[in-house]
Design a protein around this ligand. Structure first.
Ligand SMILES: C[S@@+](CC[C@H](N)C(=O)[O-])C[C@H]1O[C@@H](n2cnc3c(N)ncnc32)[C@H](O)[C@@H]1O
Length: 374
């Protein structure tokens, strides 16, 4: 069984903490239990962890005997929580964080992964592990039963000859893949031309909307065409694949463009998108949480298509977090241009966290608003 003493010490912070939100879930415990025998015998540097939520998998693997664990976490908050939990449990220095690529999985014999949200993210993980891990690698992908589909087995099957599922426990299940197929090509970042927008979009597997341009993003681009003409510095807040940042840089040669996202896949995608459109030197992309690296009152224009999930208070909070960040980084008189689904109640938060807010465009599905910083 997973080491309960260690796991009980782990926290979610700096992510939101609340009595009903856990730092270690049933999937973490099941993955650690399924991998226990492999972890003790893998040898130094042979264990890899992907998308550990807050550190349970990495620190659990270390406690089970793994040495020099290599880790990739798409979300910055997970990386920060892992570092804090390692400090809290005296395990700092037992792992290394790396980008998703050959250096992460080179020669790996055990890979523990939380199932990513999208099939493309799972496909990129499959390609990386199949191409660079040891021939005897075991890839274990764990998730909630309700989120796991047969399509995930098919994606794993494109890179591995043997894929099977474990029995479910506490509504979680693990897919186990062995036998990497030789010559699995790397298909990321993917690339798609959008002649109607004059843009090429590049995307890693976990980036929002992939190489498509989201309908809300299109609505914002259309509304913004003539907007904020005097802006000298702009920030694409939660940039995803960098569509908004790149379009702004292309349309306005005098504009300094910043772009930020908490997701490693988004940042790598936005850099690739800017470069593919010839503006790689004009778009500065940073991985940060809610523009934490951008100075207060330093930006004239913020563009934002915030994360949207209906229903969960914590997730409405995710959009509010970006609005508060916009209010902080905009200089007085600067503008936040925001797009959101008509059903979402963002107007009050925009007024409270940025300033007076009016509608710039409104269609069947999306509203584009302009909030002016007081
Ligand atoms: C709806 S997507 C929009 C992406 C892109 N701007 C577009 O229009 O295609 C929202 C993005 O916000 C990012 N995001 C969410 N919360 C964030 C935070 N606290 N800090 C930075 N980025 C965040 C997500 O990773 C995601 O890429």
């Amino acid at each position: 069984m997973a080491d309960l003493g260690l796991l009980d010490q782990l926290r979610r912070e700096p992510d939101v903490e609340a009595p009903d939100l856990v730092a270690v879930d049933a999937t973490d415990r099941l993955l650690l239990d399924e991998a226990a025998g492999l972890l003790t015998t893998a040898g130094p540097g042979a264990v890899v962890v992907v998308d550990d939520s807050y550190g349970a998998l990495t620190l659990g693997a270390v406690t089970a005997g793994a040495r020099d664990v290599r880790v990739h976490q798409d979300l910055l908050v997970g990386e920060l929580a892992l570092a804090r939990n390692a400090g809290r449990t005296g395990l700092t220095g037992t792992y290394r964080s790396l980008p998703l690529g050959p250096r992460l999985a080179d020669g790996a014999r055990v890979v523990l992964a939380k199932a990513p949200k999208s099939l493309d993210a799972l496909r990129e993980l499959t390609e990386v592990v199949a191409a660079s891990a040891a021939r005897d690698v075991t890839l274990l992908v764990g998730g909630r039963v309700k989120h796991m589909t047969h399509a995930m087995n098919d994606v794993l099957g494109s890179g591995f000859t043997d894929v099977h599922a474990t029995l479910a426990r506490q509504k979680s299940r693990v897919l186990v893949a062995r036998g990497p197929r030789p010559g699995v090509p790397s298909s990321f970042p993917r690339r798609q031309e959008h002649p109607d927008l004059g843009l090429t979009v590049c995307a890693h597997g976990a980036a929002f909307a992939g190489t498509r341009v989201d309908a809300g993003t299109r609505a914002l681009l259309a509304a913004l065409a003539e907007g904020a003409p005097d802006a000298r510095t702009a920030l694409d807040l939660g940039c995803g694949t960098g569509v908004l940042a790149t379009a702004l840089a292309l349309a306005r040669p005098g504009l300094t463009v910043l772009a930020g996202d908490q997701s490693a896949a988004a940042v790598a995608s936005a850099e690739a998108t800017a470069a593919a459109n010839g503006v790689g030197d004009r778009v500065r992309v940073t991985r940060d949480d809610a523009a934490s690296t951008v100075a207060d009152a330093s930006v004239d224009l913020v563009v934002c298509n915030p994360p949207f999930h209906l229903g969960a208070a914590v997730v409405t909070g995710a959009a509010d977090r970006l609005f508060a960040a916009a209010g902080r980084v905009l200089r007085p008189g600067g503008q936040l241009w925001c797009v959101y689904n008509n059903r979402l109640p963002h107007r009050a938060a925009l007024r409270r966290l940025v300033g007076p807010t009016r509608v710039a465009a409104s269609g069947r599905r999306f509203t584009v608003t302009i909030s002016t910083r007081r």
